[in-house]
Design a protein around this ligand. Structure first.
Ligand code: F1P
Length: 282
């Protein structure tokens, strides 16, 4: 078994551990009413997007997400939260965040003021799966969400049948917090399988990207589906995919789909093309 496949399988256990950790670490996380920016790069940025949307929707305060490289220097926030598995990503370190959710607790990011270490969710694979979803599970739980169903759905997603057989292309869609999940699902396909995948907010999909839909291709929605969209997609000949499980658990199915595509192409997902575990610029 590849490292990434084993790490995908371990997600329900990691999520349980993250939920249990919340009482111990919630004093390190944003407090109610604070104006917060959440930053990261790649996968970690997409998890930041999901958390920002959830936090603001839950009424905890204005929350923005940025790719760490695009943080608007002139803005004032009560707190900058970073998500980083490696703790070595240059753009993240440069921001000197107030709170860090961290995989490698022996990394430079461990020296920041408030560190939430998840070393047991760190990964051997370059392609991130469980660290990202575990960090987001911790953050969801910290907002008061009950993750019981999500964890049960995650276990089911490990053995559920993959929805697409030999697809030519996939477009992932989301709404609200699941936009970040759609971006992450598409990134998994690109990273692990060198496979053409796109991602959009679901309501924006009809504003152009739908032109890509065609027989042999898939459109895969996370979370709320806009009225009429499934029929419009089916009319193009593309396959519309949506399941009722928790959207973060649905991401596990998309991770598995990405690995299956890699294997079908004879690609080892543990050796992703052109990628390193983190991007260190100096
Ligand atoms: C972020 C990241 C990964 C990506 C790539 C480079 O790393 O962008 O998401 O897959 O391998 O690094 P980190 O800051 O979370 O360690």
């Amino acid at each position: 078994m590849t490292f990434v496949a084993a790490e995908i399988q371990s997600q329900p256990d990691c999520w349980r551990r993250a939920v249990a950790l919340v009482p111990e670490v919630e004093h390190l996380l944003p407090q109610r009413g604070e104006r917060v920016a959440v930053v990261g790069c790649g996968t970690s940025w997409f998890m930041a997007m999901a958390y920002a949307s959830l936090r603001e929707a839950a009424g905890h305060g204005e929350t923005d997400a940025f790719a760490a490289s695009e943080f608007p220097a002139g803005r004032r926030y009560d707190r900058v939260v970073a998500i980083t598995r490696s703790g070595t990503t240059t753009e993240v370190l440069d921001l000197e965040p107030d709170t860090v959710i961290l995989g490698d607790i022996d990394s430079p990011a461990a020296s920041f003021k408030r560190v939430i270490g998840l070393p047991w969710a760190d990964e051997q694979s370059v392609v991130q799966t469980r660290f990202a979803t575990t960090a987001l599970t911790l953050l969801r739980a910290s907002l008061g969400e009950d993750l019981t169903q999500a964890i049960a759905d995650a276990s089911a997603a490990l053995t559920a049948e993959l929805p697409l057989r030999d697809p030519e292309q996939i477009t992932f869609l989301g709404r609200g917090w699941t936009v970040g999940l759609a971006h992450e699902a598409a990134l998994k396909c690109r990273e692990a399988a060198v496979f053409w995948a796109e991602s959009y907010p679901a309501m924006d999909y009809r504003h152009g990207p739908v032109s890509i839909a065609a027989p042999g291709r898939g459109v895969w929605a996370f979370g709320l589906v806009p009225d009429g969209l499934p029929a419009q997609v089916e009319a193009t000949g593309a396959t519309f995919v949506h399941h009722d499980r928790d959207p973060l658990a649905e991401l596990i199915l998309a991770q598995r789909q990405a690995i299956a595509i890699a294997e079908a192409k004879g690609i080892n997902p543990d050796e992703p093309r052109n990628l390193t575990r983190s991007v260190v610029l100096r």
